[in-house]
Design a protein around this ligand. Structure first.
Ligand SMILES: Cc1ncc(COP(=O)(O)O)c(C=O)c1O
Length: 343
């Protein structure tokens, strides 16, 4: 399912607010919690939207890597709403906040993001009629800025020298100054980030590949690795969990964090990983070229770096089944794609 197809489905299945629920009705039907009111229209529509999140396909890597007794699979996370793995976390954050009455059409969801989470927030906010405010480092790519603007997000540009750490500081200040105006999602500390993967990504992997022996994935906010890893370990304690980080602070792996030199996300749990490996940006670029040539996959630098780490893990095994994540495809990275001459 492509994100475009998903959008079309949602448009046809969405309940239109004015015709279904009048103001009078919504007041009658609304559920009041201790200090907030849950909007029944939002509740119904956020549930409908769930059909477009997750359930992504696995790609069997057979040409770029091949070794008797070892299998390698990569989960194509761009095949869901908004085109990236971050749809899962963003959706779960919206859903839980709507269910608790913390988020409504009168509140703006606020967060710091360098890209994919922002695109997911903006897409979901657009479909649910909830305003979205994003603190975005000014040096984010032109493509990202254009996508976010087209989706109607309110963008606050932050220092290009401070990355998402600086954007987080600005978001925190805004939230503290106007608590009535904003619901501060704080994906770096929000448990609904890693829980999205605990409840969806991990069970999907285990169902598709019951014999999985190794899970390999990058650390950004750390939601994907921590949530998926935690659940896989519960389902089978023998599964080895390998986290990946960039090999230096000035890397080109969009979405990844060099934890030694960055603000460590509140949801990060160093005890989840059995092992941590480092991947270089140039190694990722090599795999971008090779994945296109041999597997027909147009990957982002992040996805290629995950695949590079997974190939390294798989290469050391005599037998086993390795699964990794492909967070997004090359669509938003035209600069890198043309530099590497991937056509
Ligand atoms: C392209 C890409 N790769 C990897 C990640 C890391 O995922 P997580 O934040 O779940 O650790 C992100 C997060 O934004 C991303 O956008």
């Amino acid at each position: 399912m492509s994100s475009t197809a998903g959008g079309a489905f949602f448009m046809s299945s969405l309940c239109v607010r004015p015709s279904l629920i009048t103001t009078e009705n919504s007041q009658k039907m609304s559920v009041t919690t201790a200090s907030t009111t849950v909007d029944p229209w939002l509740l119904q529509n956020v549930k409908l939207l769930g059909s477009q999140i997750g359930r992504t396909p696995l790609h069997a890597v057979t040409k770029l890597f091949s070794k008797p007794g070892v299998q390698l699979y990569a989960k194509k996370e761009w095949e869901q709403l908004s085109g990236s793995v971050k749809a899962r976390a963003a959706y779960n954050i919206f859903k839980q906040a709507i269910e608790k009455g913390q988020l409504s059409a009168k509140t703006s969801l606020l967060d710091a993001t360098s890209g994919n989470t922002g695109i997911a927030y903006a897409k979901i906010g657009n479909l649910l009629d909830i305003p979205v405010t994003l603190c975005l480092p000014e040096n984010a790519s032109k493509e990202r800025k254009e996508i976010l603007q087209a989706l109607g997000a309110n963008i606050i540009y932050t220092s290009p020298f401070e990355g998402t750490d600086g954007a987080q500081a600005v978001a925190r200040e805004l939230a503290a100054a106007s608590p009535q105006k904003y619901f501060y999602a704080d994906q770096y500390k929000n448990d609904n980030n890693w829980k999205a993967h605990y409840h969806s990504t991990a069970p999907e992997i285990k169902e598709a590949v019951p014999g999985i022996t190794h899970f390999v994935s990058a650390l950004g906010t750390t939601g994907t690795f921590v949530g998926t890893g935690r659940r896989l370990k519960e389902l089978d304690p023998a599964i080895q969990l390998i986290s990946l980080q960039p090999d230096n602070p000035l890397h080109g792996l969009e979405g990844w964090k060099h934890l030694e030199t960055a603000l460590v996300p509140g949801i990060y749990d160093p005890n989840v990983a059995d092992e941590n490996l480092e991947v270089g940006t140039e190694e990722a670029w090599e795999v971008m070229r090779a994945a296109w040539k041999y597997e027909g996959l147009k990957l982002s630098p992040s996805s290629a770096a995950n695949l590079a780490g997974a190939i390294r893990v798989a290469g050391k095994l005599e037998s086993g089944i390795v699964v990794t994540i492909l967070p997004d495809n090359a669509d938003k990275y035209s600069e890198v794609v043309s530099k590497l001459n991937i056509v």
